[in-house]
Write a protein that binds this ligand. Structure first.
Ligand SMILES: [Zn+2]
Ligand SMILES: [Zn+2]
Length: 171
């Protein structure tokens, strides 16, 4: 694939157009049949929520569970999902199933393929998974639903503001 990755601004503009038009899900990777997987994805949310701290001990994960995030938050999430370049074969070919979006890996996986542990590119440790800003020191990890997809990543403070999540200071 030729590297013609759109900038975050481009993807955000596209995401806003899609949302304004009433599209409820991204058109490219999360295909129409995924819509039916919504409730299953929500059911799996708790499970993956329990698994993430185990997979990445020492990290705190914050969960957004409200069904209707703000339009701004949805646009940011959608713009980030539009940057994913790898979709597992089951999501591409299969029937309705939940999709797990690991923004740091730019991957969309089914509930089986996400069990394969993969590491993000080592030179992207300072990169915001939403806007792509580099040099981020303090990340806010999050896991958020977007239709049938569970989107996971690390947001920089300004993206976290848009997403409505905050780094909580642990006592
Ligand atoms: Zn798969
Ligand atoms: Zn950001």
């Amino acid at each position: 694939m030729v590297n013609t990755r759109a900038t975050f601004a481009d993807r955000l503009a596209l995401a806003r157009r899609l949302l304004a038009r009433g599209a409820s899900r991204p058109p490219v990777h999360l295909a129409d049949q995924l819509a039916a997987a919504g409730s299953e994805a929500r059911a799996l949310h708790d499970r993956i929520g329990a698994a993430l701290p185990i997979m990445q001990p020492g990290r705190q994960w914050y969960h957004r569970t409200e069904p209707r995030p703000s339009t701004g938050a949805r646009a940011y999430l959608l713009a980030a999902v539009l940057d994913c370049t790898i979709v597992c074969v089951h999501i591409r070919r299969g029937g309705p199933r939940p999709a797990f979006v690991q923004l740091a890996l730019r991957r969309v996986d089914c509930e089986r393929c996400i069990r394969t542990l993969r590491r993000p590119p080592p030179d992207e440790g300072d990169r915001c998974d939403i806007c792509g800003a580099r040099g981020v020191v303090t990340f806010v990890p999050f896991a958020a639903h977007h239709g049938p997809a569970l989107v996971m990543g690390d947001a920089c403070p300004s993206c976290a503001d848009v997403l409505g999540i905050r780094q909580e200071v642990s006592a």
